[in-house]
Design a protein around this ligand. Structure first.
Ligand code: UD1
Length: 418
């Protein structure tokens, strides 16, 4: 497994970087394509390993996938002949849970091994299963498998107990071809959910309210084909924003939807960082020492949990002490031990971390505890004195397109080593 060697010294990152398509939208839209028999063309897909695995999964169940050019995929699910995707592929991917809703909607049956992905503490899928059951499916869980059987799916009202991105999307996928009307209450409002709804509506689905906490879906008998371009990845954008600010750099992000970055822009400005927005571009200039802030993660439009480790990394150099509260996942502070190895002074108490500022990090060997933490360690490595060797870098390639190339184009010295 390869590692990343990052040369430190807090050399300011400078230049411009194009933001790729959103991983979390793409990993839902690709399985959603099985809901129609007609071909669909997907554009602006990120070139990441999660997408490659997902395409392999679909091919393994009879879907034809052609990639005429990078970032474009034409999926034809007319030949789908299997509702049991294989364990060795599904177990590599958290988002494989979308196959449950998509296959249930398409075939009325699904047998999907338990999802893999980042270890962020317990990640139950009870709300996904509650949604499937409410629409009339029988769900059995056991021996590492989730089995769904439905003799017809029927619209219903489902109140989600927790605001869940995955459960909201999965329920949408199941409801699109169910008979009658489904109402999802306490739905998640992430932009990726709106993107999935827009894709399905382009194929002929009848979904309204995506982006609010009540989504209404009127089932249709069949869906057609269509073309859809995936929205920009707000988490990848946020990653380069924190990297620019943490290295006192000056970076222009291209092809973003600034509205999706509102909570991140607001927090960076609170830290004293200059952020300028112009059309689909955002410029971050971090010439001064950031101010300490208190930060709480929440579902959208709150500050994203996926950028918590990046914000924490930057705050180690802030003037003053910061308090970070993780409200979305139970155990998303695994990166703290690695940052401490680099000299950070951080104390964790339950869901809260106290981050001491004015700390000069030093290079150290660290392990990418999850996808976003891996990106945070790249930023920590750039801020540090000396060299940082990051292992388990495969986590990072799951979700970031050409991360080394993009950082290098901004002046970072990063090499992939075996
Ligand atoms: C998605 C994102 C992930 C992001 C997260 C929160 C994808 C592929 N991943 O993950 O990058 O960090 O949203 O923004 O889109 N929960 C339950 N029961 C359920 C489902 C969730 O208790 O059935 C809990 C989770 O344990 C967690 C919270 O709800 O504490 C939010 O999780 P959820 O929004 O579902 O995250 P994911 O969809 O897995």
């Amino acid at each position: 497994m390869s590692k990343l060697l990052v040369k430190g010294g807090k050399k300011p990152l400078q230049g411009s970087v194009r933001i790729s398509g959103a991983k979390n939208a793409a990993v839902a839209i690709i399985p959603a394509a099985v809901l129609t028999l007609a071909p669909v063309r997907l554009e602006n897909l990120p070139e990441i390993s999660d997408i490659r695995i997902l395409v392999e999964i679909l091919q393994s169940i009879g879907v034809r996938a052609d990639q005429p050019e990078p970032g474009v995929l034409i999926l034809d699910s007319s030949g789908l002949d299997n509702f049991k995707p294989p364990f060795y592929l599904v177990s590599k991917l958290r988002a494989s849970y979308y196959l449950l809703g998509a296959l249930a909607g398409r075939c009325g049956r699904a047998e999907v091994p338990a999802p893999g992905g980042c270890d962020l503490g317990p990640r139950p899928i009870d709300q996904h299963l509650k949604g499937l059951t409410a629409l009339g499916a029988q769900v059995e869980v056991g021996h590492g498998l989730v089995k769904v059987t439905a003799n017809g799916l029927y619209g219903n009202t489902v109140y989600l107990d927790v605001v869940s991105v995955g459960a909201t999307i999965n329920l949408m996928l199941t409801a699109v071809r169910a008979r009658g009307k489904t109402v999802i209450k306490n739905a998640a409002k992430e932009p990726e959910i709106v993107d999935v709804a827009n894709f399905l509506n382009a194929l002929g689905a009848r979904i309204s309210g995506a982006g609010t906490d009540v989504i209404k879906i009127t089932g249709v008998e069949e869906l057609g084909g269509g073309v859809h371009s995936v929205i920009p990845d707000r988490i990848e954008a946020g990653t380069y924003m924190f990297a620019a600010a943490a290295t006192a750099g000056d970076v222009l992000l291209l092809d973003v939807i600034p509205k999706h970055l509102d909570p991140v822009i607001a927090k960076l400005r609170e830290m004293g960082i200059d952020v300028e927005v112009c059309g689909d571009r955002v410029r971050v200039s971090g010439g001064r020492t950031p101010r300490a802030v208190d930060l709480k993660t929440f579902p959208y439009p709150g500050f994203p949990t996926d950028l918590q480790s990046l914000a924490m990394t930057m705050l180690t150099s802030a003037e003053g002490n910061s308090v970070i509260t993780e409200n979305v996942f139970e155990n998303r502070f695994r990166h703290v031990d690695e940052l401490v190895k680099m000299g950070a002074r951080i104390k964790v108490e339950g869901r809260t971390a106290l981050v001491e500022g004015s700390c000069r990090l030093g290079g150290a060997p660290v392990s990418a505890t999850d996808l976003r933490a891996g990106a945070a360690f790249i930023v920590a490595g750039l801020m540090a004195d000396g060299e940082t060797l990051i292992s388990k870098i495969d986590h990072v390639h799951r979700g970031y397109e050409n991360i080394c190339g993009k950082f290098r184009s901004l002046g970072a010295v990063i090499t992939e080593v075996e």
